[in-house]
Design a protein around this ligand. Structure first.
Ligand code: SAJ
Length: 434
């Protein structure tokens, strides 16, 4: 079967869109397709999430209730638990998490599970697009054989492509619709129909020659970030020894109108993408007898930053003749980056554990995260009513816009600032920089 019928159904908006996984990526994609007039069905394993979405309530910050509810109320978007609906779908985008195992090896079990469910219901004319970040080769080596085992032929009976997600949580400028979308097809016909589908919801679609190329595009993007963040973290350590201000150096270097892109030092590398994705690449290359040295070096440096922060705290307390052991320390911000409420892989959790291991009594505040799972053994505290003065040291880990940094410094005995958040605060003598 050629893709003409599917193309006509896409053009007429008759095509039924399936999304497997309604996390921050899948829900953003579902909303864009529904906004463009398609009827979208999301298959989600989390029952609470299914119930919330079907009430028009979003569980991710970048999709507001007000943007979701009209789409649900009009019947354009719904969430279901069962994979059985997939047989009715004309296109299926797989947006499931791809974490690392404890051994730092890729865990594509969610992709494999989704593929098996799709395989059971695969029919002529369907388009399957993998969006989850994964190692180059996954679409061709895992999805293609599984789906082809049904006897249907890729590029003729069904279509298969890879298209990396580029959702940047908390980014109010770039959304799914105005961020160029890369796609790679198993065959030219696969690429063509995928390009046509995504052109309905995204301003710019960029076609590359293969699924492996598209998979590598994503890993280059995120490895680029992880390595440059590690570089600037090391520059921060250098500047500390050179007694120059790393933030001033970066700001001045950023005046170069070409050939430079600023990154900023911090307490470590958080989130479920940047610390994770480069390991998908280095793992794949190890299997090809190649050692991805930059990725491994970057990890060493980024993983060491929480220890550097703990040492800065110790140095600051030492100036006041206080040991870390027994000191009351407040962590300001536990989200993995500013103005988000996600604490996955947050370096704050590492800093807390390291300080607790050294005998400190640690509490945290975060305007967006009022509680953490008991496993982290750290209590939330408010910071109003002069409570800051009860702490020997306050550590700015996540520089949320909500904070009044002048007030924080004024009310604290000592502030360790890992984000240059106090750049405009006059009272410098209480501040220890990263
Ligand atoms: N960080 C620094 N210094 C920097 C930039 C970031 O220390 O100069 C830290 C952040 O604090 C955070 C971590 O690195 O802990 C990751 O930050 P991030 O800005 O890369 O944000 P993510 O992981 O939420 O989203 C990234 C996307 N961000 C940007 O491109 C700005 C993008 O790379 C991907 O769309 C997304 O990962 C993904 O899903 O892969």
């Amino acid at each position: 079967m050629d893709n003409k019928t599917l193309k006509e159904k896409i053009k007429s908006r008759e095509a039924r869109i399936g999304i497997v996984g309604l996390g921050y990526v899948g829900l953003s994609l579902a909303v864009e397709f529904a906004r463009s007039g398609f009827t979208v069905t999301g298959v989600e394993v989390d029952q609470n999430r299914v119930e919330m979405i079907n009430k028009g309530l979003s569980h991710t910050e970048d999709i507001t209730h007000s943007s979701l509810k009209p789409l649900v109320d009009s019947g354009k978007l719904k969430a279901v638990l069962s994979f059985d609906v997939l047989n009715e779908m004309d296109s299926i985008s797989i947006c499931v998490p791809t974490p690392l195992r404890k051994t730092k090896d890729p865990d594509i079990s969610n992709i494999v599970a989704a593929t098996e469910e799709i395989k059971k219901r695969l029919r002529r004319g369907q388009l399957i697009v993998l969006e989850s970040t994964t190692y180059p080769g996954t679409t061709e080596e895992v999805l293609l054989p599984a789906l082809s085992s049904t006897g249907l032929k890729a590029g003729e009976d069904f279509f298969l492509a890879f298209s990396p997600e580029r959702v940047d949580p908390g980014n109010s400028v770039f959304s799914t619709s105005n961020t160029p979308k890369v796609i790679g097809g198993i065959t030219p016909a696969c690429a063509e129909i995928t390009e046509f589908l995504y052109q309905q919801v995204v301003e710019k679609v960029v076609v590359v020659s293969s699924t492996g190329s598209a998979e590598m595009v994503k890993l280059l993007e995120n490895t680029f970030r992880a390595v440059n963040i590690a570089l600037v973290n090391e520059v921060a350590l250098m500047c500390d020894r050179l007694k120059v201000n790393v933030w001033e150096v970066i700001d001045a270097a950023s005046t170069k109108p070409f050939g430079f892109m600023p990154f900023y030092p911090g307490p470590g590398l958080g989130g479920h993408c940047i610390p994770v994705d480069p390991h998908y690449l280095s793992w794949k290359l190890r299997a090809l007898n190649y050692k991805a040295r930059f990725i491994e070096l970057a990890e060493d440096i980024n993983m060491d930053m929480p220890y550097h922060v703990a040492n800065r705290v110790a140095e600051g307390l030492n100036l006041q003749k206080k040991p870390v052991n027994g000191s009351e320390i407040l962590i300001l911000g536990v989200a993995y980056k500013k103005d988000v409420s996600d604490y996955r892989e947050s370096p704050a959790l590492d800093v807390i554990r390291i300080l607790q291991d050294r005998g400190a009594i640690v509490k945290y505040h975060d305007p967006r995260i009022k509680s953490l799972p008991p496993v982290y053994e750290v209590e939330y505290t408010e910071i109003e009513d002069g409570r800051l003065q009860h702490f020997d040291c306050a550590v700015i880990i996540t520089n949320h816009s909500d904070y009044d940094y002048g007030k924080i410094v004024a009310e604290s005995h000592l502030v360790v600032d890992t984000r240059n958040a106090t750049r405009d605060v006059v009272e410098k003598e209480k501040i220890i920089a990263l």
